[in-house]
Design a binder for this molecule. Sequence first.
Ligand SMILES: Nc1ncnc2c1ncn2[C@@H]1O[C@H](COP(=O)(O)OP(=O)(O)OP(=O)(O)O)[C@@H](O)[C@H]1O
Ligand SMILES: [Mg+2]
Length: 437
Amino acid sequence: MKLQSQLNLAFSALLLVILTAAGFVIYSLILDMLIDDEKAELKQKGELLVQVINEQYGSMQDVQEFSDFLEEQDLQLFLYNRKQDRVLYYTMPRQFVEGFSRQDFFKDNEEDLWEIGSRKYVASRILFYPESSGMELILLTPLNDLQKVQQDFFRRMLFVFIIGAIAALLLSYFLTNKLVTPLSRLKHQLKKIEKRKFDEIRPIKASGEILEVAQSVYDMATELQRYMKTQQVFFQNASHELKTPLMTIQGYAEGIRDKVFDETDQEKGLEMMVTEVNRLKVIINEMILLAKLDSSQAEYEPENIYTTVMVQQVLDRTLPTRNEKGVEVRFDDDPDSMLFVDQEKLLRALLNVTVNAIRHAKEQVRISVNAQTITIEDDGEGISENLIPHIFHRFVKGKNGETGLGLAIARAIIEQSGGKIMVNKSELGGAKFTIQF
Ligand SMILES: Nc1ncnc2c1ncn2[C@@H]1O[C@H](COP(=O)(O)OP(=O)(O)OP(=O)(O)O)[C@@H](O)[C@H]1O
Ligand SMILES: [Mg+2]
């Protein structure tokens, strides 16, 4: 069921419960109120009558004297003598007097509702003055009349309730519509993301939480688009990177098969093929490593280790390259610095960065350790401005570059170790890589 229908249904159910409860309470109260009201009115009438009778006829003894007067009043009344338990006068048919007497309604002066057969009457009794005379005027009104008023009132109430309910439902429809419309618009935008039509995404009009959700959706879309773009670039670069050695191998292999090379060229060709195959192997291994780092499949076994020890290992392994290139490495140590990392993995990351530095340096590389920060810088030509934002992406390389995977691997490892790597210009003139844990 649609959200709007659900909300409207819930609201209608709530409204129905409230109106029914209110209606029930009012309906049952109204009769009591009408009875009280009627009693008060009867009492007033009765008192007036008693007063008139007292004034005009003085004595209560001779009923006949004022019976004509009572007749004129067109009321349902009894004149009752309490002392004698006798009804002296009545305007209702005789069987009523007998019926009420049989049920002792005259004697019991507490009873407000008199019943005869299925008919009920509201009663009010007024004592004549002086009380010792024991004379009482009893006035009755049929309850039916009151029930008619009650029903009439109920009909009106029902009418008001229905009008009110319709207005409330319209309002509810309007409000839920206002609430749901941004959601369905957002759904439209999400559909566009699903179909990867990122350029067609438009902001929607919303407020509050829905606006926040929409904002998150836009952010997600931007991130997704960026991710897809890098994936695309990655595949382009990767296929290009794999194609080049393969084409070299194919060229030499075909040449050898077709016997177009003389012996020395053939020898050189085979040599080239071996080199290229090795290069392919390296690229593929690095890609597999990156994929593993990405999917956190690679096991990460951190341990506490002195940073100096790590750097020393890097220096040991780069000794042949340094000597070959005639590059000197200066190491500013911080003997207390310790790291909690996977030693083997971090060594690989540090080596990637240091080998780059040595390769691009003129004659000097500087490695400094300071607490949880390692910097590796050189006096080479540095990294061009436009390359800096992409330097850690896969297969991104500058001039004199090789595969362009070294820094991507370094960053993946460092991030897995809870650190980050940044690149700037070095005071020495070349690039400066800062690794922070
Ligand atoms: N210290 C540096 N000075 C100047 N340029 C650098 C430096 N370090 C890296 N670069 C540039 O960044 C590019 C990417 O480096 P990265 O290590 O990712 O790849 P690579 O060295 O080309 O290949 P490999 O995957 O074998 O390491 C390099 O091609 C190089 O142009
Ligand atoms: Mg490298």
